[in-house]
Design a binder for this molecule. Sequence first.
Ligand code: ZN
Length: 316
Amino acid sequence: MADVAHDGATIGVDLGGTRAKAGLVDASGAIIARDLVAVPEERDEDDIVSLLTELVRGLDPGGGAPIGIAAAGVIDRRHGIVRESPNFPEWKDFALAKRLAEASGRRVHLENDANAVIYGEMACGAARGCEDIVGYTLGTGVGGGIILGGELWRGARGMAGELGHVTVVRDGGRPCGCGNHGCLEQYVGAVGIRRTLEERGGKLAELADSRDAPRDLAKAADAGDDEARAVFAEIGRHLGVAAAAAIHTLDVLTIVLAGGITHAQHLFVPALEAELRARTFASMCEGVRVVVGTLGEDAGVLGAAALARMAAGTER
Ligand SMILES: [Zn+2]
């Protein structure tokens, strides 16, 4: 019964640092069943494989739905290996796709989480119907995804799209874990916003310690606080600088913004668009749309499931 009912379905898994979310997704991109499990603190590779095997069996008992996994870190998607992950620092060259395929008896496709989110927005979200996209995931840090001709651009070694690490402040920029300084991520993710608040000091500095600094800052901006509004405008300008470079490099027509900070889109997208117009050839900027993701918390699951569907289709 399950095989018939779930014909054409795939499973998307969003593997975060503290929990794994999974969904059984039908061919139209709708989640027909979902589950969520906590990721144990010891984070042993064997534990993760058993945990994910149980998770997918629970969603699709007896079926053979292919699996897509979205995970943070440097991913070798060709070989299905997590080279390194910020969430699981003890993992080195973890062959997650192969191990899960052996344990579950299903095809497994592994992808960087930001790539999966942007792909999901193209497959069934804000960028449906678009084929040339540069996307930014604005969460704790900043991830990115590049889609050209409807396919993720992965680069020579599968690592393309690290858009949070393009330089937006050349001199005296904040140091970044990647080895650079002045990276986009240091200014526009939640961590970057905290740093900005600390640096600016004054009455906004206390917001740096709040649990959800971007949301509290947005509340202050919406209440008319000029300083808070200025912080968001600066975020928009940093994103505009990065996106202008992307447009000149790739000639994409769609800029997708996804992730938690997009709740404050009204506070920074106008500045982003103004910066884009100011920094690009008019003929290249014309027709470019900035869109905000619509898949929210499900973007990783839906993107991973869409990638599994695409991979299964090309393997047939
Ligand atoms: Zn960096």
